[in-house]
Ligand binder design. Sequence first.
Ligand SMILES: C[C@@]1(CC(=O)O)c2cc3[nH]c(cc4nc(cc5[nH]c(cc(n2)[C@H]1CCC(=O)O)[C@@](C)(CC(=O)O)[C@@H]5CCC(=O)O)C(CC(=O)O)=C4CCC(=O)O)c(CCC(=O)O)c3CC(=O)O
Ligand SMILES: NC(=O)C1=CN([C@@H]2O[C@H](COP(=O)(O)OP(=O)(O)OC[C@H]3O[C@@H](n4cnc5c(N)ncnc54)[C@H](O)[C@@H]3O)[C@@H](O)[C@H]2O)C=CC1
Length: 213
Amino acid sequence: MRYYPVMVNLQKKRCLVVGGGLVAERKIRGLLDADADVYVVAPSCTDQIDTWSQQGEIAWERRFFEPSDTEKAVLIIAATNQPDVNLAVYQACQPQQWINIVDRPDLCTFTVPAVVERGDMQIAISTGGNNPGLAKKLRTQIEKWVGPEYGDYTRFLGEMRQRVLRLHLAESQKRAILAKLLDERFLDWTRSGELERRDREAESLLQGQESGE
Ligand SMILES: C[C@@]1(CC(=O)O)c2cc3[nH]c(cc4nc(cc5[nH]c(cc(n2)[C@H]1CCC(=O)O)[C@@](C)(CC(=O)O)[C@@H]5CCC(=O)O)C(CC(=O)O)=C4CCC(=O)O)c(CCC(=O)O)c3CC(=O)O
Ligand SMILES: NC(=O)C1=CN([C@@H]2O[C@H](COP(=O)(O)OP(=O)(O)OC[C@H]3O[C@@H](n4cnc5c(N)ncnc54)[C@H](O)[C@@H]3O)[C@@H](O)[C@H]2O)C=CC1
């Protein structure tokens, strides 16, 4: 078996996290970044989870898990330190629900990768459950190579691409402009903060092709 990598839109989707320790906190942070509707059930939790609850960013029920908690959730994460409770969460789920049991990779319908996050650009790393520590190590190495400028760079390339796709040109010409936009110099200008130069050069690339219609 090999995992199928996907990026999931969880905006406003009801997601249940059972447990409120550091592992739960890490998973909740990811769900909040994805704008999910997060629901936590745990008798105690970390300060960060408590803060999220007080700020209304999540709904925290301060109690032990009950099987009916899994109803209506599209995605469920069992992250308690009690193997029998995590198993009970699994048993309460329906086959069509997406489930992650943090101490039972064999029962997971999905696992959580380590992620390099640069705005809309995300690099997800999975070791297929072999060694999460390796996924984390590789993440920190890639973070050094793919710097914070990739956030702005990705947004810039996204905007330019939309404009190119709207041009009244042959597909082959659009592809040629898109290929030129990926030229290293646009990344270099983003990195060095020469944004006016970058935008000007990109503009002339588009204009040049347009005037050649
Ligand atoms: C299967 C999976 C299920 C899932 O959680 O989705 C899973 C399972 C388990 N993790 C365990 C331990 C640790 N996990 C981490 C860290 C991370 N674990 C993550 C994902 C995954 N962990 C999924 C597979 C991902 C893959 O395929 O590589 C990351 C990548 C993503 C995230 O959690 O956000 C995040 C790094 C985020 C980052 O920093 O980038 C650390 C290191 C640390 O915490 O510093 C340790 C301690 C060191 C060690 O044990 O290796 C244990 C033993 C528990 C016990 O001792 O009882 C199990 C259970 C088992 O393997 O049986
Ligand atoms: N997949 C992963 O990434 C990792 C998984 N683990 C596993 O995750 C487990 C949890 O780790 P931590 O967060 O560090 O533990 P922790 O001890 O800090 O937190 C456990 C949480 O579970 C809650 N809990 C206990 N019984 C409960 C119940 N009946 N209903 C609801 N909540 C209940 C507690 O209130 C607490 O908030 C570990 O025991 C380990 O097996 C550990 C490291 C990484």
